[in-house]
Design a protein around this ligand. Structure first.
Ligand code: GLU
Length: 476
């Protein structure tokens, strides 16, 4: 439970913003312009279901239009409210600036528990919500481009793009009105797992910076590190899966809605996920010992804590008990401003949300570009690249034969070298490059300025500075 007096999510974001601008040289007018949320549209609409009219409340908030389109997901959850949507829209502005995707910040939400409805009912509701937003240009390839968030995924994005196209039959760029679509509806390879991949790339980059590791008193590599993950949804599942199967991390704790599983030896993320899909909870899963009070597992010993579910889960009530020396915020806003301060004092290193979970919007950007260019990445170059590599292999083999050297290239090398990059390889390379560059901009500032005490503050400064430059160049 949060303490009384804990700031709201929106206030938390503002407090973190204020810390950053206190050491920046922004004119007060510009500071206020960047901080405020430009607009929030609230819609209430009715859908006839099961013989009665049901009324739903939805939001689309635009935080900053210094670049357009504005970008940010649509969340389906019962916790959705205006404060939350505005906080998330503000984070999108800073996130996009930090990873240099040319977008302003926006976010949407529908107050609903998707588990209460059948698939065809969800389609009616989603299409109706999309209709309300499309007709006000709050979904539009040039102005406002939603994406998945909590409670939404490819399925909802496919309905939204179809709804947009029905209402804009001659818009040749219609597919770019939303990202996170299935491949067959204009999506891009690697988008589903992009946020989890981004978390993995962020951690890999952290472990390439010895000074930053020292701040968290961590040594070595990711191999063997004990990781606790909260939330095995799209982001938490992929992050934990990649960290364990590709980097050698031990997933020692998994926290879900109904409780948690712990196992000091590490668990198979796939086995827990399969159990969860089948049983709706983690209780009884043989991968680990079940703990009914899941939130308590946030306080267990580990090397890396990955909150990948809701906002505010680490607050003033439990921050004092958190033992992890490194927290990576895979969710948006999992640490309140109050808890952030307490953790900072204790020396916990926090890789902040606006950076840590930016993999999703980064690959959304690639998808949007793909849709506008009407061609799959790699389609023109792939075979040409393979043909050029083949020339080199042929030449090496000819030299070896001519000179009687007896060289043979290992089949593994040949296969790997010969394969031209397809869309998935290019998406991963672009994502990795983006995550590395953004990390470096944060780390450099953090380490070079004595008045910048932590990575969150550094990330805000880098992002706000870019937004400010963009406003200034518009004459504001
Ligand atoms: N909802 C995701 C986020 O919070 C993705 C947004 C997007 O791809 O536009 O970053």
């Amino acid at each position: 439970m949060a303490f009384d007096g804990e700031p709201s999510f929106r206030q938390s974001v503002d407090l973190m913003f204020n810390r950053a601008v206190s050491v920046m040289d922004l004119s007060p007018g510009l500071e206020e312009k960047i901080r405020v949320c430009n607009s929030t549209y609230t819609v209430r609409f009715g859908v006839r279901l099961r013989g009665a009219i049901h009324t739903f409340t939805g939001y689309r908030s635009v935080h900053s239009e210094h670049m357009e389109p504005v970008k940010g997901g649509i969340r389906f959850a019962t916790s959705v409210n205006q404060d939350e949507v505005e906080a998330l829209a503000a984070l999108m502005t800073y996130k996009c600036a930090l990873v240099e995707t040319p977008f302003g910040g926006s976010k949407g939400g529908l107050c609903i528990d998707p588990r209460d409805y059948e698939e065809h009912e969800m389609e009616l509701i989603t299409r109706r919500f999309a209709y309300e937003l499309v007709k006000r240009d709050l979904i539009n390839p040039a102005q406002n481009v939603p994406a998945p968030d909590m409670g939404t995924g490819e399925r909802e994005m496919a309905w939204i793009v179809d709804q947009y196209k029905r209402m804009n039959t001659t818009d040749i760029n219609g597919a770019a009105c939303v990202t996170g679509k299935p491949l067959n509806a204009g999506g891009i390879a690697g988008r589903v797992e992009a946020t989890g991949r981004g978390v993995q790339y962020a951690l890999r980059e952290f472990f390439r910076h010895p000074k930053d590791m020292e701040a968290a008193k961590l040594k070595g590599t990711l191999d063997g590190k004990r990781v606790i993950v909260q939330g095995l949804g799209n982001v938490g599942y992929h992050a934990a899966l990649f960290l364990s199967s590709e980097d050698g991390c031990n997933i020692t704790g998994i926290i879900e809605r109904d409780g948690a599983l712990v196992n000091p030896k590490g668990m198979s993320v796939q086995a827990v996920r399969d159990w969860l899909s089948e049983h709706g909870g983690v209780e009884g899963c043989p991968e680990g010992t079940y703990v009914a009070d899941g939130a308590k597992v946030l306080e267990e010993e580990c090397d890396i804590l990955v909150p990948a579910a809701l906002e505010g889960v680490i607050n003033r009530a439990n921050a004092g008990n958190i033992k992890a020396p490194l927290i990576i915020e895979a969710a948006n806003g999992p640490i309140t401003a109050g808890a952030d301060e307490m953790l900072r004092v204790r020396g916990t290193v926090i890789i902040p949300d606006m950076y840590a979970n930016a993999g999703g919007v980064t690959v959304s950007y690639f998808e949007w570009v793909k849709n506008l260019s009407h061609i799959r990445f790699g389609r023109m170059q792939r075979r040409q690249e393979e043909a050029r590599h083949q020339i080199l292999i042929d030449e090496l083999e000819r030299l070896s034969a001519d000179k009687g050297l007896g060289w043979t290239l290992s089949p593994g090398f040949k296969d790997q070298y010969l394969r031209g990059a397809g869309e998935l390889e290019l998406v991963r390379s672009g994502l990795d490059d983006t995550m590395r560059a953004a990390y470096q901009s944060i780390s450099e500032l953090w380490k070079s300025r004595s008045d910048v005490s932590d990575m969150r503050m550094a990330a805000y400064i880098v992002a706000i500075d870019r937004v400010a430059k963009s406003y200034r160049s518009k004459g504001l």
